[in-house]
Design a binder for this molecule. Structure first.
Ligand code: ES4
Ligand code: ZN
Length: 330
């Protein structure tokens, strides 16, 4: 069996995926035309050539600008359907999808429009393919905690209507200077409300931010977390408590968190007993979907087929699916 076929055949969950980061340049241009939005690029090729990043911030600037073409319910539906079709080809059986409502409500798009378009695609995909999904509403950490609280309050009236999907709360965007503690109160509230909690930490930021995400936000999973390796005490805690890390290798390469793929610590973390998973983050921007991320690790980190299987099993284990549904996929 060749590597691609083997990887695609592994039943896997994708646990770290920003739906706005799945918007491919072709669809971005189509939505811009449909909505009469001006893009500062003359072609798909020119836009793709702009995807050369040297930091998280250099990526975020384009990512937030690109999301500006998303206006109608249908736009969110089309983007989400495109991602789910692609994920299906990669053997994804369950996806836990982050979305950034503040990016849209700040432009005058209604919270309901964002939820409705994404949810219609996820429910339709579930009905036609059996692929399940959850939504993780993520706060932008470069904005204030007050803004996050207002966003939560604006979304809560929709909770019952989207109860089958909206199970989690996340924290993303610029990590430097925006430590987890800035969001301690809103995360405490979300915890009381019964949401599952995750946060980006230890991507560009220090291992301290991973510890703070666990201690101050009480998250169940860490998005990225690759810099945890710099703190031996923290690393042992992640192993002892089997705290999942949602690692995104191509993202780390594209944002220059690592300088080359052989330098990635995924294999080391996995072999130390960390509950590591492989994910795509923002596949339209980083040059690959989830199976591409498994494959690039297999090739550059000499992962065995058993280790690839283990990573896929970890993704099911680390998901927020109820135990009986996890077992169906294992
Ligand atoms: C993100 Cl790679 C990454 N890091 C932090 N926030 C994000 N939002 C979208 N992609
Ligand atoms: Zn991310």
């Amino acid at each position: 069996l060749d590597l691609h076929t083997f990887v695609r055949g592994l039943p896997k969950a994708e646990l770290h995926l920003h739906i706005e980061g799945s918007l491919e340049p072709e669809l971005m241009f189509e939505l811009a035309r449909r909505n009469g939005v001006e893009l500062p690029y003359s072609s798909v090729d020119e836009l793709r050539r702009a995807y050369a990043f040297d930091s998280l911030q250099s990526f975020l600037d384009l990512y937030y600008a690109g999301a500006g073409v998303l206006i109608t319910e249908r736009d969110f539906y089309d983007m989400t359907m495109a991602y789910m079709s692609r994920a299906r080809q990669d053997g994804v059986v369950h996806a836990e999808i982050m979305f950034d409502p503040q990016t849209h409500t700040a432009r005058g798009v209604a919270m309901e429009t964002v939820f409705a378009g994404i949810a219609r695609a996820l429910r339709e995909t579930r009905a036609t393919t059996g692929i399940t999904s959850y939504l993780i509403l993520s706060f932008l950490r470069h904005l204030s905690e007050e803004d996050a609280i207002a966003t939560l309050e604006a979304a809560l009236p929709l909770r019952e209507q989207y109860n089958d999907l909206w199970t989690g709360i996340g924290l993303d965007s610029a990590e430097h200077g925006n430590p987890p503690g800035k969001f301690a109160r809103v995360f405490a509230r979300c915890r009381e409300l019964g949401f599952r909690l995750v946060a980006h930490a230890g991507e560009e930021g220090p291992a301290d931010y991973v510890r703070d995400a666990l201690d101050l936000l009480q998250v169940e999973r860490i998005d990225h977390g690759v810099r945890s390796e710099e703190d031996a005490v923290l690393l042992q805690r992640l192993i002892d408590q089997q705290v999942p890390l949602t690692v995104c290798p191509l993202s780390n390469l594209k944002l220059q968190v690592i300088q080359s793929m052989p330098q990635h610590n995924l294999a080391r973390l996995l072999r130390l007993g960390v509950m590591a998973t492989v994910n795509s983050d923002d596949p339209a921007y980083f040059g690959g979907y989830v199976a591409d991320n498994y494959i690039v690790c297999a090739e550059h980190l000499a992962l065995t087929r058993h280790e690839l299987f283990e990573l896929a099993q970890n993704s099911i284990t680390a998901s927020f699916l109820p135990p009986e549904q996890k077992h169906k996929h294992m």
